[in-house]
Structures are given as C-alpha cells and as structure tokens.
Design a protein. Structure first.
Ligand code: B12
Length: 291
C-alpha cells in the first residue's frame, strides 16, 4: 500500500471521485481491491492508490470484467493482513470462495503466498515485524474459521501426528497442513509449534491407529532440533513413518539427512505419500498375520 500520510482522501471523497456509493467503495476496501488504512476511526485512501485503482492497475477494478477465479486474491489478502483488517481479510476469503476457489486453493494459492510476500517484505526491511505478528494472528483466525470446512465425514484413513520441533515457532504451516490432510480423510493431531522431543514421542505413542508423524521445519535455525526430534522418535517408536516437510526442507537429501524416512516437498504431495505409507503398512500387517 502507498503512503497515506500525505495526499490522501476519506473513503467518502474516494467514493465521489470514483462515482460510486460509499458502500461500494467500502466493499472495494473490504475485498482488498482498493488499499486503505484506518486513521482516527475513518478509512483513508491515498491519491496514488486511487489513481491506480481508476487506471485498473494491480489492485484496480478490472477484476469485475475479467475472470474472478484468476483475480489476485493473494495480493488482496496481503493488503488486508498488513492493514490489520481481520474483517476485510475474511471478506477476501469469502469473495474468493464465492468466485469458485477450492478450499485447498485458498490455503495454498491465496493464504500461503500472502504470508510469503509479507515475509519477503519484512526481509527487505520494508515493514516492522509487529505487522508480521499481527498478520499471523489474523491468518490463524482465518484458518480457525475455515478449518471445520475441511473435515471429511465417514471413516478416517488413519491418524497423523503433526508438529514443529523445539525452537521452531512457525505454527501456521502446521495448522494449514493439518487441515489439508483432514480434507483427505486423515485424523490429525496438530501439536503446533515448538514441541519438545519427549512430547512428540508421547503423542505418537498415545495416538491410536497412527500411521505417520510429520515434522514441519520452516526456519533453517530449527534444522538441528528437527534432527534431534527424529533421533528421539526413531528410538522410541516403530512402525510409524517419520516424515519431514516445510520451507526449510529444500531437497529430499536434506530431509533424509535429518533422520526422516520420507520427505514431502509440498503439502499437496503429503496426502498422496500417506496413502502409500498406509497401503505398505497394511500389506506388512497382512504378511505378519499370514505367517
Ligand atoms: C508468519 C511468519 C512468522 C511468525 C510465525 C507465526 C506463526 N504462528 O506461525 C513469527 C512472527 C512468529 C515468525 C518468527 C520468526 N521468523 Co518467520 N516467517 C513468517 C512468514 C512470514 C510466513 C510463514 C508462513 O506461515 N507461511 C505460509 C506457509 C503455509 O507456507 P510454508 O511455510 O511454505 O508451508 C508450506 C510447505 O512448506 C509445506 N509444509 C510446511 N510444513 C510442512 C510439514 C510437512 C510434514 C509437510 C509434508 C509439508 C509442510 O506445506 C505448506 C503449504 O504448502 C515467513 C515467510 C515465508 N516465506 O514463509 C517467515 C520466515 C519463515 N521467517 C523467518 C525468520 C528468519 C523468522 C525469525 C527467525 C525472525 C527473527 N529474527 O525473529 C523468527 C523466529 C523463528 C523461529 N525460532 O522459529 C524467515 C526464515 C528464513 C530462513 N531461511 O530460515 C522467513 C522465510 C522470512 C524471510 N523471508 O526471511 N515468523
């Protein structure tokens, strides 16, 4: 979003310039189409953003005429997250769903890239980490609202324990992967971030019908602790697949070096991998029973 401290307008003024009703302009803001920031209880729009919107620029109204499915939802969500606008962020999600986006697409093609872009901006020194924290809080709430929609009825395929190792504070990726697996019929025990080795082991030993444990590693700084977690899991459990994934796992070799049995380079491939694991485990059980 552009700097709104200088030549900016109230939302009423912006609506006048656009020749639309105030509520229409407000909807543009809520959907992330028109960048705006709240100052003293009122929405302010920068002249530059308004000009861009009128010209049909990156956030402009060309979406109404084009394919809403291919609209830049991630950019709009990023804008709402950075503005600290939880309602607006939900509005973007609802609009994307109404336009036909699948739940999985909302997570992988809207929410994940929006968060990734926020991280990139933080890395470039363009925003304070407080904005990243606030955006993460809103993202978690979005996941909380969307989560129940991922749950599939009927018999589960088996259970999966998911968590991030000690010192790894990125819980969002874990929550997101957990829902994606639930959608494929897995019962997921999401332990979140910063899980001590002993607790990971405890969860695996106490989860009925557990097929695999997935360890999520996002920051490079947590690779060593992920290795320790796998050492502990390998020593205490058997017959459970040890899977690693996450942003810090850039190759299969890197994942295997940590002591994992299997590496999933993206969340989409994880459910498929689990199917294979389950089938192999069932086969082994049949062999044992037959002998
Ligand atoms: C949100 C965020 C935070 C939040 C986390 C809040 C929370 N509750 O999760 C807070 C503010 C706490 C935070 C803290 C830090 N962060 Co941070 N953070 C991010 C950010 C912006 C988004 C992460 C996210 O949720 N992404 C969305 C998820 C869905 O995408 P994903 O991680 O790629 O996950 C996908 C796959 O990897 C896969 N997957 C994930 N887990 C698993 C597990 C399995 C088993 C499988 C199969 C697949 C899988 O599925 C997901 C969906 O496709 C990223 C930027 C980025 N590019 O990701 C930086 C980022 C990860 N953070 C970074 C850093 C440096 C930090 C800090 C060290 C900063 C600091 N100095 O304080 C700290 C502390 C980290 C620690 N000790 O753990 C760096 C990491 C760089 C690196 N090479 O290590 C990043 C990349 C920012 C950057 N561009 O530099 N962060």
């Amino acid at each position: 979003m552009s700097d709104t401290t200088g030549d900016d307008l109230t939302l009423h003024e912006a609506a006048d310039v656009l020749g639309v009703h105030y509520m229409t302009a407000y909807r543009y803001v809520r959907l992330g189409l028109l960048p705006a920031a709240k100052a003293g209880g009122t929405w302010r729009v920068s002249r530059a953003d308004l000009d861009l919107f009128q010209a049909g620029g990156p956030t402009g109204p060309q979406v109404d005429g084009g394919s809403r499915r291919r609209a830049p939802w991630a950019e709009r969500l990023e804008a709402r997250l950075l503005a600290g606008d939880a309602r607006g962020a939900w509005g973007v999600i609802e609009a994307a769903l109404a336009a036909g986006a699948e739940l999985e697409e909302i997570y992988l093609d809207v929410l994940a890239p929006a968060m990734g872009a926020i991280g990139d901006r933080w890395e470039r020194g363009e925003l304070d980490v407080s904005l990243e924290h606030r955006a993460s809080g809103i993202a978690m709430r979005l996941i909380g609202r969307l989560g129940p929609r991922f749950v599939r009825r009927g018999r589960t395929r088996g259970a999966v324990v998911l968590g991030a190792p000690a010192g790894e504070r990125h819980a969002l990726p874990v929550a997101l992967v957990a829902d994606l697996l639930r959608q494929h019929g897995w019962e997921v025990s999401d332990l979140g971030a910063d899980v001590p080795d002993g607790s990971l082991v405890h969860a695996v030993l106490n989860t009925p019908d557990v097929v695999a444990v997935g360890v999520s590693v996002t920051s490079d700084g947590a690779l060593a602790s992920a290795k320790q977690a796998f050492t502990a899991l390998r020593a205490a459990t058997s017959g459970v697949a040890l899977v690693v994934g996450g942003r810090a796992i850039t190759s299969v070799e890197k994942g295997l070096e940590l002591g994992a049995d299997l590496v999933a380079l993206d969340a989409r491939g994880f459910a498929q991998l689990l199917e294979q694991v389950r089938a192999e485990q069932d086969e082994q059980r049949t062999d044992v029973a037959g002998n």
